[in-house]
Write a protein that binds this ligand. Structure first.
Ligand code: ZN
Length: 311
């Protein structure tokens, strides 16, 4: 059963202590109870340093090992506050807002936390879209309007897959691609859409071969422009996405981080009709226990020694 606080009052009441947060997180970390990573034994005792000491082999395990909280020195309660804040902002949280809420002295810490939590917005092994899906591409970023077709300078090409639920817009997937070639588009489609689905596109040649990949391909518009004049559902997603990037992040998203902003947008978009914000909190926290830890160097997309990029 999914058990989560419905509002701020309940949240504050439930997670008033570090111990309460640990007990809650424990269910995500070990849904079937503690299991020793060394020997698989299920019995452990808790040491004074909050480590689980296996009764069989003696290995000590942290509640956070293998999760994105692995190396954190901050209380879990603070992370809970961060996740609650992020999932309760309808349009997402930026680092400055998070810094203020958590009382961090450093903008960089808030920035890094947001990026770590974005890594948890995609569930490992999530299912692909299925049914009838519109697929189109749009350009993100860049100062000037790009040239049509391939190679628009300073712009990133993003494939939008929008599932149709009756006439309404269902779930989406977004993926950045290097170009609009058949290879790139086919790769994006295979990553995000289950075989057997009906895929609707415009007449761009990059889509010509998707019928051979186990999809039913329908060309619903003869247009062959890349990144312009989108199909209706994809167009709606593209304009909402661009407005969100501008509104929440003032458009200050570097290409090196764009993938993670797309993940965040997808996470929010696919839960936009969720009855309770508490459910988003629950889901994101659950996924923090399932994604592998990420280092600050990985977040910066650089090797150590290179200059940091913050946005
Ligand atoms: Zn053991």
């Amino acid at each position: 059963m999914e058990d989560y606080p419905e509002n701020l009052l309940e949240f504050e009441d439930r997670f008033a202590t570090e111990e309460a947060c640990r007990q809650y997180f424990l269910k995500f970390r070990w849904p079937n109870g503690f299991r020793c990573p060394g020997c698989g034994n299920q019995k452990a005792w808790l040491t004074e340093r909050n480590l689980y000491h296996c009764r069989n082999c003696g290995i000590q395990t942290s509640l956070f090992a293998g999760t994105i909280f692995q190396d954190t020195k901050k209380p879990l309660q603070l992370w809970f506050n961060a996740i609650w804040h992020i999932t309760n902002q309808k349009y997402g949280a930026n680092a400055l807002g998070l810094q203020r809420i958590l009382g961090f002295g450093s903008y960089r810490t808030a920035w890094a936390w947001l990026h770590k939590l974005r890594r948890a917005m995609v569930r490992p092994g999530r299912d692909r879209l299925s049914g009838t899906i519109e697929v189109d591409e749009t350009f993100i970023g860049g100062e000037k309007a790009g040239k049509r077709g391939r190679g628009a300078a300073g712009k990133e090409l993003v494939v939008i897959a929008a599932q149709k639920d009756d006439r309404k817009l269902g779930r989406i997937r977004l993926q950045r691609v290097p170009d609009a070639s058949g290879n790139s588009l086919e790769n994006a489609i295979q990553n995000n859409i289950a075989p057997g689905s009906i895929i609707q596109t415009d007449g761009w040649q990059g889509y010509n071969a998707i019928g051979e990949l186990g999809y039913l391909h329908e060309v619903i518009r003869e247009d062959t422009d890349v990144g312009n004049n989108l199909l209706p559902k994809a167009h709606l997603v593209a304009s909402l996405l661009k407005r969100w990037l501008l509104g929440t992040y003032q458009g200050a998203v570097r290409p090196v981080h764009l993938d993670y902003y797309l993940d965040e947008y997808t996470f929010r978009f696919n839960r936009r009709t969720s009855r309770s914000r508490g459910k988003l909190f629950y889901r994101l926290l659950q996924q923090t226990a399932e994604v592998r830890p990420v280092t600050i160097h990985e977040i910066h997309g650089r090797k150590s020694g290179q200059a940091a990029i913050f946005d």
